[in-house]
Design a protein around this ligand. Structure first.
Ligand SMILES: Cc1cc2nc3c(=O)[nH]c(=O)nc-3n(C[C@H](O)[C@H](O)[C@H](O)COP(=O)(O)OP(=O)(O)OC[C@H]3O[C@@H](n4cnc5c(N)ncnc54)[C@H](O)[C@@H]3O)c2cc1C
Length: 351
């Protein structure tokens, strides 16, 4: 019995400790006989809420904090965003020697904290954009009211789910040709997909790599005619029709991919060192779909050249609203724009 009670107290203390950083908006309401503490969420008012902690979210935080908006940021399930799962980032200006993705995002976080961004390691699970003061709820039940909300929830690459694909990410498997193609210059690579992205990324790779194998599941591509022509007219780009990747090969790094012709059943191995997946991305925008205008793929629609959305006071930045560029520097750029747009909006509306 004693052990049971101690266990319960320990659990409760651990939970209370975990929630301590959120203590401003969680109120201790009851201490029971066995030290059982229960919490009830209370409403918290902030000026600017930032949802997401990738390059877009942190940049928005730096600008919003320096403008005196005292931003509160919810980091979500992947603090630091997509760059946390990559090794070398060589194309972000200001890092002449390149930087490891997680180290770069630690730099972003520390810069946001330097200006006193209130960062919380939690996810936003629900929003209500009825306005003019918008509402958001965190997974622990905190209710945040904010007249300006900056969405920076990014996007996730879609993967095939074949053997070794996940294990060899960062060791030859990539979902971003523009980011990682350079590491395979003068080498033989394969890329999967049949849409515009695959067409564009395969021709991009063909400029850097010695040979590119484009694996197309059907006997035609979904890509636009002009993109298909570009593919067909690239001499070192070989299209494998009716072909699927079955398994990525390699112990520590990729050294091949097993492919199968889905018409004939014939299997073979391509001796590639890079394996790119270009079958699309899924923007992390599900929780906004009842409020914001999204395009057919789920990306948030912003007004041309701005970060404003169909809802006044709600701004969108980064990969959640960008299906074309999808780079850290463009995400950071739109994060900056969102903070500037939010600041102007708050002044205009007298918040
Ligand atoms: C393997 C890989 C390598 C890459 N390499 C490069 C490179 O070398 N150079 C380059 O420029 N780009 C690179 N990119 C692309 C780059 O990472 C993205 O363009 C960039 O991270 C997008 O930034 P973002 O802030 O819009 O979103 P993300 O980085 O995707 O961050 C989204 C954030 O939103 C949070 N979030 C999601 N849902 C919620 C929610 N409900 N509540 C709260 N938070 C939420 C997540 O936890 C995350 O913190 C790479 C991408 C990948 C996958």
């Amino acid at each position: 019995m004693f052990n049971l009670i101690c266990g319960k107290i320990q659990f409760v203390c651990r939970r209370a400790f975990a929630l301590k950083s959120a203590s401003e908006y969680l109120k201790r309401v009851n201490t029971g006989r066995a030290g059982v503490v229960t919490f009830a969420a209370v409403m918290e008012k902030v000026k600017c809420l930032i949802i997401g902690s990738g390059p877009a979210g942190y940049t928005a935080a730096i600008y919003a904090a320096r403008a005196g908006l005292k931003p509160v940021m919810y980091t979500g399930p992947q603090p630091g965003g997509q760059l946390m799962i990559t090794n070398d980032v060589e194309n972000y200006p200001g890092y002449p020697e390149g930087r490891m993705g997680p180290e770069m995002m630690d730099d972003f976080r520390r810069q946001a904290e330097r200006f006193e961004t209130d960062i919380r390691n939690e996810m936003i699970t629900r929003v209500d954009f009825t306005g003019p003061v918008h509402k958001a709820w965190s997974e622990s039940g905190a209710e945040i009211h904010a007249p300006a909300i900056i969405i920076a929830t990014g996007a996730s690459a879609k993967w095939l789910g074949i053997p070794n694909e996940e294990r060899l990410q960062n060791a030859g498997v990539s979902a971003c040709a523009v980011c990682d193609g350079f590491f395979y210059r003068k080498q033989e690579v394969a890329i999967v997909g049949g849409g515009d992205t695959a067409a564009e990324e395969s021709t991009y790779l063909a400029k850097i790599c010695s040979k590119v194998h484009l694996l197309v599941r059907r006997d035609e591509m979904r890509a636009s005619k002009i993109m298909q022509e570009r593919v067909m007219n690239t001499p070192n780009l070989i299209v494998h029709w009716n072909t699927e990747a079955e398994e990525v090969l390699g112990q520590d790094v990729v050294d091949g991919v097993r492919i199968v012709n889905n018409k004939t059943g014939e299997k073979s191995v391509l001796p590639v060192t890079g394996f790119f997946v270009a079958i699309g991305h899924k923007p992390n925008t599900d929780i906004f779909k009842d409020w914001l205008t999204l395009d057919e793929s789920g990306y948030i629609v912003t007004n041309p050249g701005r970060t404003t959305t169909n809802i006044p006071g709600v701004f969108a930045s980064g990969d959640a609203q960008d299906k074309i560029y999808r780079q850290a520097v463009t995400a950071a750029g739109t994060g900056c724009m969102a903070a500037l747009d939010a600041e102007r909006y708050l002044v205009e509306k007298g918040f």
